[in-house]
Write a protein that binds this ligand. Structure first.
Ligand SMILES: Cc1cc2nc3c(=O)[nH]c(=O)nc-3n(C[C@H](O)[C@H](O)[C@H](O)COP(=O)(O)O)c2cc1C
Length: 367
């Protein structure tokens, strides 16, 4: 059996293979509550064959949503709808995960297909964003956020812990904290977004304090036998890659000491105009590999890994433990089946439920 299709165990959870669907916002919730769209979307991904399906960035508070369509988990109605989503993923044979998030200074935005920018300050649908410092992201996010007080910080950390408690009760078995992509946690870490003069700004130790405390708050309520993971923006690709990578290694090592089980290496996205090497196939893999080897954490990565041979090679070489395949799963929720066929697996439809498996084992069109 190819490396990509080996089961993966982390704590008490076993994934049927090394393929994960990372969080992908659907921006389709009403008042943060998952609806039919989410149920059908996640049910399809759950039965598609991946080992792990992580539900999109789910806001820990109303102000922490990116857009009015984001999922939330700050009240019981939201948690009840998410319990159905978790059950649908599990019924398909995948492990249900969830990403908890706070948008920080990118809050109050339009959906990507409605502008992919921040709403005007006088738009009645928007709200005031909060961030470590009163610095706008720039480009399509020009509004200046309010600088958070120390009480605001403590409140957000309580919100993360309360959200984790609700996520556990809703049936999620894999927790991912969103510490990437220019949202709240990443902006605390970034010297470009954080100019605070108190214990949460300045030195790297201070800038990482928000993440370390938030992780501890969730660790205290999330059970030890279930995976607790982070998606971290490990570099900005703005010319300081090596220095940022060394800092990410130090932070990952600290996270591990504090009880983190797994890290997904992603991009900072706090700097407008960074030079992300989009054309370089598998560009996140060497970074993830270095962080994993130095910190001892099992790793994942995404960004352009949806070619089965590439995904297979990354896992076989031990660069990453799990491959996160996002957009290729929107193109084909049965991407795992497609990959298994392309890699010549003996029973490529094995992970699919019987009503699909029976037929697809006998269907060779498109080979
Ligand atoms: C529609 C869409 C929504 C996304 N939403 C999230 C999100 O909620 N949280 C997150 O960490 N990343 C999000 N991402 C990034 C993906 O998880 C993934 O890292 C990225 O698409 C690169 O992987 P890919 O090349 O396989 O698509 C999103 C990407 C897409 C395309």
């Amino acid at each position: 059996m190819s490396a990509l299709f080996q089961p993966y165990q982390l704590k008490s959870v076993t994934l049927r293979n090394r393929i994960a669907v990372p969080p992908m916002c659907q921006y389709s919730a009403i008042d943060g509550v998952a609806g039919d769209w989410h149920l059908t979307h996640y049910a399809a991904l759950g039965r598609g064959g991946a080992g792990l399906v992580i539900v999109e960035a789910t806001a820990v508070s109303a102000e922490g949503r990116i857009t009015p369509g984001d999922l939330g988990i700050w009240n019981d109605a939201q948690a009840a709808a998410l319990a159905q989503v978790a059950a649908a993923i599990k019924a398909g044979g995948a492990v249900p995960g969830i990403q908890l998030a706070h948008a920080g200074r990118k809050a109050g935005s339009n959906r990507p297909w409605e502008g992919d920018d921040q709403m005007a300050a006088d738009d009645p649908r928007t709200w005031q964003a909060k961030a470590p410092s009163a610095l706008a992201h720039g480009a399509n996010w020009p509004r200046t956020p309010l600088e958070m007080s120390v009480d605001d910080i403590a409140q957000v950390q309580c919100d993360f812990a309360a959200a984790a408690v609700r996520a556990l009760a809703a049936g999620f078995e894999w927790m991912e904290l969103h510490f990437a992509h220019g949202y709240l946690a990443q902006t605390f870490l970034s010297p470009y977004a954080n100019r605070r003069g108190d214990d949460y700004g300045g030195s790297y130790a201070n800038r990482s304090r928000f993440m370390i405390e938030t992780l501890a708050a969730v660790r205290a309520v999330w059970p030890d036998h279930l995976p607790l993971t982070v998606r971290l923006g490990v570099t900005e690709f703005n010319g300081h890659d090596e220095a940022e990578l060394l800092e990410a290694i130090a932070l990952a090592t600290r996270f591990r000491q504090d009880g983190l089980d797994f890290l997904d290496a992603s991009i900072g996205f706090t700097v407008v105009g960074a030079s992300v090497p989009w054309q370089q196939t598998g560009f996140m893999l060497p970074l993830a590999e270095r962080i994993g080897r130095a910190s001892g954490l099992p790793m994942a990565a995404s960004w352009g890994l949806g070619e089965p041979e590439l995904a297979q090679r990354a896992v076989a070489r031990g660069q990453i433990a799990l491959v996160m395949v996002a957009r290729a799963h929107l193109a084909n929720p049965h991407w795992s089946f497609h990959a298994a066929r392309k890699l010549g697996a003996a029973e490529p439809a094995a992970a699919l439920p019987p009503p699909y498996r029976y037929w697809l084992e006998r269907y060779t069109a498109g080979d």
